[in-house]
Write a protein that binds this ligand. Sequence first.
Ligand code: ADP
Ligand code: MG
Length: 451
Amino acid sequence: LWADITKLLKQNLDPATYATWIEAAKPISLVGNKLTLELLSPLHRDYWTRRHLDQQVIEYAYQVTHEDIQPILVTKSELQPEVSRSKTGTGVVTEEPGVTDAPDATPTFMKENALNPRYTFDTFVIGKGNQMAHAAALVVSEEPGVMYNPLFFYGGVGLGKTHLMHAIGNKMLEDHPDTKVKYVTSEAFTNDFINSIRTRTQEQFRQEYRDVDLLMVDDIQFFANKDSTQEEFFHTFNSLYDDGHQIVLTSDRLPNEIPKLQDRLVSRFAWGLSVDITPPDLETRIAILRNKVDADQIDAPDDTLSYIAGQIDSNVRELEGALSRVQAYHNLTHKPITTDLAAEALKSLNLANANDAITIPVIQDRVASYFHISMKDLKGKKRKKSIVTPRQIAMYLSRELTDASLPRIGNEFGGKDHTTVIHAYDKIGDALKTDPELQKDIDDLKEELRR
Ligand code: ADP
Ligand code: MG
């Protein structure tokens, strides 16, 4: 099963994504409909959920088996047998200096320190939009806790915030291997915190987050609306700050623009330095591409790299994606990398976007008016047949005409479970075999949508 699923993933992901995130995943067991996958680290798991790779697995597993298979993502350390922890519970507080928990007593969720070794200062290309951020990062990595505390990077996706953060951690560890560095996404911080409450390991949680020389929390915009997490983070922050330990944070916007971020956090973040990262200009984009192809030992003429850089001006992640696409074309066709080849490779990128014009909301809108029902009912929960059938048809068409995954479709229909979508899809698919009227409805709708 896993071989079949990965085959489909491979066809649908760019080679770099596939190599980095899927190849490293190991199937552990399939019990009932639960497919347990082992990922290398929490970083991998974050990526999986953030990029909805887990949803793609549901999707492809369904394509292969026509069963609703649920992936369970675990990391290596979580699979190790639980180490039993004995704490003396006499109620007497003893404070003996030098007595610490045995290393084994650390809860497994805190053990990992997932820095991407590829994200270093060496591999970071400096340009107009990021030179301030780069300079500040370098200073902080050399003299943590002194100049800019906290250091706060903000800017759009794919502009190198995470890369710079890891670069700081990697450099500090390289210069001083015994420094304690902790990197987490804000979601991981939240999860760890909640787990620590659930498992009554708040002491360990605090120790893990406060007893470090460098704490990096990525994408703190996800702290929005999470009051108790913010509260805990406030104390974490104060403790580190008071001890002169370095804090590095990132977000997609300025702290005061993050909805429902407590004022006291906003003001704390302003104590240090906030630097924005803006999209790279053409020259920087070309330099980034040059760096990548040289590192991968690929032959690519300058004018071709300029061409690619000219086509993709949004962010570095997409730029890298475009380059991977050109490389994949080159590998498949065995043609040398030229501007023509790049144009061909990127044309299909645009084509894919054109097909995307049929979106789930467009389908919903068309289906609702075709059957004279409201959008609200279409996405709602009413069980009347006159509403349920159009709803199932809209789900069916969403699956046929878009490449949205089953969970994503469910989501777009008022947050329904993907099993509801599977059910709808099968139901309509079956009914089509015997119901010419339904077939006509579907054909009409498809034609209307394609126009
Ligand atoms: P963000 O965290 O801002 O969303 P990332 O740090 O994840 O962005 O960067 C996205 C990708 O682009 C990563 O693969 C990263 O290595 C690369 N990247 C971003 N900026 C640069 C740069 N200046 N030089 C080289 N690679 C970069
Ligand atoms: Mg990031």
